[in-house]
Design a protein. Structure first.
Length: 369
């Protein structure tokens, strides 16, 4: 039974944390233990790689695509990779541009959280601005924002939730949320549990006019990095949410309407556990593909010593100039090596705009699964 009027701004949104009895029981603690262990294993696996950053772009691209799909911004993998092979943002259109903005927002947030070691309102706003490519900030108190139910006929424009509104209301709730996340002395709660609780709170505050879902999912990853549960933004969290989208919104609403914290926390911890396994599988498969690439190059007498193999895996597409280094000093030499890999069936070449670009088709397959 609802404890609030969904047509009225939810200014009585309680601050975090919720009452202990609403979430802390043996079932939650067991789920938390499993999610924490798997997250630690993922961090450990990533740390054994010679260059962790080669996976960030590829995993971030999948996260960007899935997170955008949750907001009903769809594109096919093929369309996405070919669109993103353009270097200039101006050449991108539609969903591909939205996805690129998400990925850039993730990178920008990662750089800030790495430098500042704490989550600030400036970082939150910067992430949002990058997601939406806007100069907008916290929504003004006079702006009337309501979450509408999508549908047809009598369901059109039905309000399902009205976030807090009023002079200084959103700003105060965001300040309280960031204090909850950053002050472990005042709020001595497991960091993973904090992330789960804070994700609900951020979506309920709904601090921006639009883009709150994508911004909120980026903040989850940044907080895990801040608390050293991850070193890099390689957790593909949106995969589980996309596959269980209705349940995601149902449980969000359950917290708002009836303070049903436990189902929400259980859902999000399961999301962490399953997407850790998914991400781990991606990393292992990409690493194996790198090893096979090296073996095939050696078997066919290709210049392994001159070719920086990880560069073939930084994106699903490769430009010749991306391979330039102290060992490969000309674009023509890079093209020659890429053509040799193409002849072995390891890459495919297409003309995009005015230049030829080589696609790592096996990597695209792994990312598309």
């Amino acid at each position: 039974m609802e404890t609030y009027d969904r047509n009225v701004p939810y200014n009585q949104l309680p601050p975090l944390p919720p009452a202990t009895e609403l979430y802390r029981d043996e079932e939650v603690l067991n789920k938390l233990m499993t999610a924490s262990r798997r997250l630690a294993e993922l961090k450990g696996l990533a740390s054994t790689l010679p260059n962790q950053s080669i996976f960030v772009n590829t995993i971030a691209l999948r996260e960007a695509k899935a997170s955008s799909a949750i907001e009903n911004i769809f594109t096919t993998d093929d369309e996405l990779y070919r669109s993103l092979s353009y270097q200039e943002d101006d050449y991108l259109e539609g969903p591909a541009k939205e996805i690129l903005h998400y990925r850039e927002a993730l990178w920008k947030g990662f750089q800030r959280i790495t430098a500042e070691k704490t989550l600030t309102i400036d970082t939150v706003v910067d992430v949002y601005r990058e997601v939406k490519r806007t100069h907008d900030s916290i929504r003004p108190y006079q702006t009337e924002v309501a979450i509408k139910k999508r549908g047809w006929g009598s369901l059109v424009a039905e309000t399902v939730y009205t976030p807090p509104r009023g002079k200084g209301v959103v700003e105060k709730k965001m300040a309280d949320l960031l204090e909850f996340l950053n002050d472990d002395t005042k709020y001595p709660i497991d960091s993973l549990l904090k992330m789960v609780m804070a994700h609900y709170q951020f979506e309920a505050i709904h601090p921006f006019r639009d883009g709150n879902g994508r911004t909120g999912r980026i903040l989850c990853i940044l907080y895990l990095i801040q608390k050293q549960l991850l070193d890099l933004p390689i957790l593909y969290l949106s995969a589980y949410i996309l596959q269980n989208k209705d349940d995601y919104y149902w449980k969000l609403n359950g917290v708002t309407g009836a303070l049903l914290w436990k189902p929400w926390i259980m859902y999000m911890l399961e999301a962490v556990s399953q997407t850790v396994e998914y991400t781990t599988d991606k990393i292992i498969r990409i690493k194996n593909l790198m090893d096979k690439t090296r073996v095939m190059m050696l078997e066919n007498s290709l210049p392994v010593g001159r070719m920086d193999i990880p560069k073939l895996f930084e994106q699903p597409y490769i430009r010749p100039r991306n391979l330039l280094s102290d060992k490969i000093k000309s674009v023509n030499t890079a093209k020659k090596y890429l053509s040799q890999l193409e002849s072995l069936g390891m890459l495919t070449k297409e003309k995009v705009g005015k230049e030829f670009i080589w696609f790592n088709t096996d990597l695209m397959t792994i990312l598309s699964d």
